[in-house]
Design a protein around this ligand. Structure first.
Ligand code: AMP
Length: 215
């Protein structure tokens, strides 16, 4: 069973999905994380995707379908939180084609306004070693540039630079937003206000999930 966690880049989907995985027994599947792993491994998919991702554009639906099947695996009745997929209506329909094994039971939209998104993305820093995420002013590490958890060096994602951020937000507006309507039409859509501390948003998400009927 799949809960789609959707929202603009920088809305906090990854952070909240990590928390829901740690505390509520979901398995997080992030297509962005899976693609970054392919880029690090320099796999054929990684080599094709790297430049597209750095520009902030969308990787092809064909590659994403491969990633999706690889990451979802066979049906095991588990609760999966899908972060970063679908990014367009064609992908939403592709996901529906897997409904026998992986039905979508809810689509939760983490809603944050555009000004806040730019601030969050431009200040985001990620540990190159363990992937922990910080923000230079909102959630800084104890020592600037160094990960609290593993001592690794913090880096800015190539697609968090200004040009790419602009592209990602406009791709979201034109291509991903229609996905919200798609799920609204199916009666699966729920909006959660993404403003507030990590804990506050987590509380709101849990409230929203408590109403979801898992089969
Ligand atoms: P994310 O970490 O979800 O922001 O994803 C980082 C980048 O990976 C995106 O900007 C896209 O280039 C690519 N990506 C992730 N998920 C998808 C998807 N469902 N469709 C197309 N490209 C994707």
């Amino acid at each position: 069973m799949i809960v789609v966690l959707t929202g603009a880049p920088g809305a906090g989907k990854g952070t909240q999905a990590d928390l829901l995985a740690a505390k509520e027994g979901f398995r997080k599947v992030s297509t962005g994380d899976a693609l970054r792993k392919h880029v690090r491994m320099k796999s054929p998919i990684g080599l094709q995707a790297e430049a597209v991702m750095a520009r902030g554009e969308l990787v092809s639906d064909e590659i994403l379908f491969e990633i999706l099947r690889e990451e979802l695996g066979p049906d095991s009745g588990e609760r999966i939180l899908l972060d970063g997929y679908p990014r367009n209506v064609a992908q939403a329909k592709t996901l529906d084609s897997l409904k026998e094994t992986h039905p979508v039971v809810a689509a939760i939209h983490l809603d944050v306004d555009a000004g806040e998104l730019v601030n969050r993305l431009s200040g985001r820093r990620v540990c190159g070693n363990c992937g922990a995420t910080y923000h230079v002013t909102l959630t800084p590490s104890k020592t600037a540039g160094v990960c609290d958890k593993c001592g690794g060096l913090l880096q800015q994602r190539a697609d968090d630079r200004e040009d790419s951020v602009r592209t990602r937000l406009s791709v979201y507006e034109s291509t991903t937003k229609p996905v919200l309507e798609y799920y609204r039409g199916k009666g699966l859509y729920q909006r959660v206000d993404g403003l507030g501390s990590t804990e506050e948003v987590f509380g709101k998400l849990k409230g929203s999930l408590s109403g979801v009927k898992f089969r």
